[in-house]
Write a protein that binds this ligand. Structure first.
Ligand code: GDP
Ligand code: IMO
Ligand code: MG
Length: 436
């Protein structure tokens, strides 16, 4: 079996928004199929083509290249959002070639109400969720009352399931969370059965389709959402998402043997950002953060919230490498660091005087962690340098930038194969050469 499985997995190594969408779009050119396997429309993946921006929340980023696009069982699917996304691409003359697994869990209107109600109940301890209902939808999967895509396409089953869930959650929302529903059971049924009818043609067993692609020697690309530090177990719990954005999740989120994962790419932003609450050891204070936030346009793709920003964190990336088994790194947003005189990378932490190389397992320890920084001279990567990079490749990159990158590579013992130096497709070097 080994040797002819051509699979590539793209994983966020930090707190999400590393630039996964851009990388997936680049790799999709030479892929036959692109698959999402976890998360929902809490994700926001940006693809820029000739200055034109596409923001995707549910559809795999390969859709822009009109590739076969699959949504695996591990995804929490909001059909209302999916419809909007498909329609807005249609307006841009992009027809989707989409397959959806019948086992996908469906986000229902009460999931949004619960997401918001729980956040409000948590008060200052709120997670800062995207409020898209993703967490409550996964909770229903685990407690086995969830509605699946397979139910959505069958009116009788859908009506039975909506009947139970509607009255159950109306009670919970009104009596526990103090939230009223502004939709009736009949309205939900009508809306979702219409969506079911519309999407029926997309139903496919994604596990079988992906396995068939691989066995035939086709190239399959798996698109992770969120980032390792938001993993439901290994992230900074409870300030995490409700799925597993790590490589192992691709196997259960698609229905694939771990033996079929070949290339595992870490998307690493050249610094760190986080949106939402939770610990962040290398976070910059507000005044320092302003420069990076503006230079990197660090505002959430899904919610528009300002992202918190900080220096690159190696204990975090060491953990990400251990959990995911990266075979290569893709460093993104290198251009954003241009012009900063002194760059820092946290090489380790000190906790109560002890040097720690690995990211701690709990927030009470992370809060005590003081980063030990290594200092690097800043570099310049302005428009004229970027033009040169596009034309000449890696050899013309500022040696100071090479030093910064070389340190990351050496510390993690994983080769950097891709460097991104702008949002557009063309601002990408792979194995030292321009992709354009
Ligand atoms: P994702 O969730 O990992 O797909 O990342 P997002 O799309 O949410 O956020 C990344 C943002 O950075 C988007 O606005 C991208 O267009 C942009 N971007 C990606 N790579 C680069 C890069 O190398 N340089 C710059 N300046 N922007 C980039
Ligand atoms: P992409 O795929 C960045 C964060 C939220 C919040 C926490 C839980 O674009 O990288 P949720 O709505 O999932 O229950 O929120 O996770 N979060 C993300 N942060 N990028 C994302 O996705 C995220 N998806 C969720 O901000 O802190
Ligand atoms: Mg994003």
């Amino acid at each position: 079996m080994k040797g002819f499985m051509d699979s590539t997995l793209v994983i966020g190594s930090q707190f999400g928004d590393e630039g996964k969408g851009k990388l997936v779009d680049c790799l999709a050119e030479k892929s036959d199929c692109v698959v999402r396997f976890q998360g929902g429309n809490n994700a926001g993946h940006t693809v820029v083509v000739d200055g034109k921006e596409f923001k995707l929340h549910l559809l795999p980023s390969g859709t822009i290249r009109k590739k076969r696009s699959l949504i695996g069982t591990g995804v929490s699917l909001d059909p209302r959002v999916l419809k909007q996304e498909i329609d807005s691409l249609k307006e841009k003359k992009i027809e989707v070639n989409l397959g959806i697994d019948p086992r996908c869990q469906i986000i229902m209107p009460w999931h949004n109400v619960i997401d918001i109600g729980k956040e409000e109940a948590l008060k200052e301890k709120n997670i800062g969720t995207t409020r898209r209902g993703v967490g409550p939808c996964y909770a229903d999967r685990a407690s086995r009352i969830g509605i699946r895509f397979d139910d959505l396409v069958d009116e009788k089953r859908l009506s039975e399931k909506i009947n139970f869930n509607y009255s159950y959650y109306k009670n919970v929302c009104e009596k526990v969370l103090g939230k009223e529903f502004d939709f009736t059971e009949e309205e939900v049924f009508q809306q979702y059965s219409a969506l079911g009818k519309e999407f029926k043609k997309h139903l496919t067993d994604v596990s079988i389709e992906v396995n068939d692609f691989l066995v035939k020697g086709k190239k399959v690309l798996f698109e992770g959402a969120q980032g390792t530090m938001l993993d439901n177990d290994f992230g900074t719990y409870p300030f995490v998402t409700s799925s597993h954005p790590i490589s192992g999740a691709a196997t259960i989120g698609i229905g694939l043997s771990p033996q079929k994962l070949k290339r595992i790419i870490a998307v690493v932003k050249a610094y760190t950002t986080r949106v939402g609450s939770g610990p962040f050891p290398t976070e910059l204070n507000e005044t320092e953060a302003d420069f990076l936030r503006n230079a990197g346009n660090e505002f959430g793709t899904t919610t528009g919230r300002a992202r918190r920003v900080g220096w690159l964190d190696l204990p975090m990336l060491r953990m990400a490498n251990r959990l995911n088994g990266f075979t290569e790194l893709a460093i993104t947003k290198l251009d954003v660091l241009s012009g900063i005189k002194k760059l820092l990378i946290a090489e380790s932490y000190s906790i109560e005087g002890k040097k720690i190389l690995e990211f701690p397992y709990a927030n009470h320890l992370i809060e005590k962690a003081k980063p030990n920084y290594i200092e690097f001279k800043g570099f310049v990567l302005e428009e004229k340098d970027r033009k040169e990079l596009r034309e000449e490749g890696y050899s013309v990159l500022d040696p100071k930038a090479k030093k910064y990158l070389g340190f990351i590579e050496k510390q993690l013992k994983v080769p950097i194969k891709t460097i991104s130096f702008g949002p557009d497709r063309i601002d990408t070097l792979t194995k030292g050469k321009s992709v354009c």
